[in-house]
Design a binder for this molecule. Structure first.
Ligand code: 2BA
Length: 108
């Protein structure tokens, strides 16, 4: 068995969970937050057979898009009377960040 953790963007999570359910996968959806952008994202938990890992990854790839975000860096300490606002930093987010871990499942 494998435990798959998939960090995905909110916009993609609904369709992705539907698709995984239609394929027969059980999914737990957790609200999470990225440490860098401090924006909400979604972490999906799936326990699957080893042979199903590739199908899950393929399905995630099909439903998750890369998006561009712009982050405003902290302004530099201003010299007397001078102010140069820093240019926004372009950041590519997604499609998804996936972790695959060995797992044993027990249902109590
Ligand atoms: P965030 O931490 O909010 O990161 C959002 C995006 O910002 C990242 O997209 C990446 O392009 C950029 N980024 C993150 N840390 C950076 C840094 N120190 N310097 C420059 N740019 C940085 P993704 O790589 O697609 O990650 C999307 C989300 O997936 C992350 O949100 C985080 O919640 C999760 N994630 C990504 N890598 C992870 C890891 N190694 N461990 C745990 N969670 C991870």
């Amino acid at each position: 068995m494998k435990l798959i953790l998939a960090v995905v963007q909110h916009q993609d999570a609904g369709h992705l969970v539907e698709a995984l359910n239609e394929l027969g996968f059980r999914v737990t959806r957790l609200s999470s937050q990225g440490g860098f952008l401090r924006e909400g994202n979604v972490t999906l938990l799936l326990s699957v057979e080893d042979s199903q890992v590739n199908l899950v990854i393929k399905t995630v790839r099909e439903h998750c898009s890369t998006r561009t975000r712009y982050v405003s860096p902290m302004p530099p300490i201003a010299e007397s009377g001078e102010f140069y606002p820093p240019a926004p930093l372009e950041v590519q987010v997604g499609g998804a960040t996936i972790f695959v871990l060995k797992a044993e499942t027990a249902k109590l």
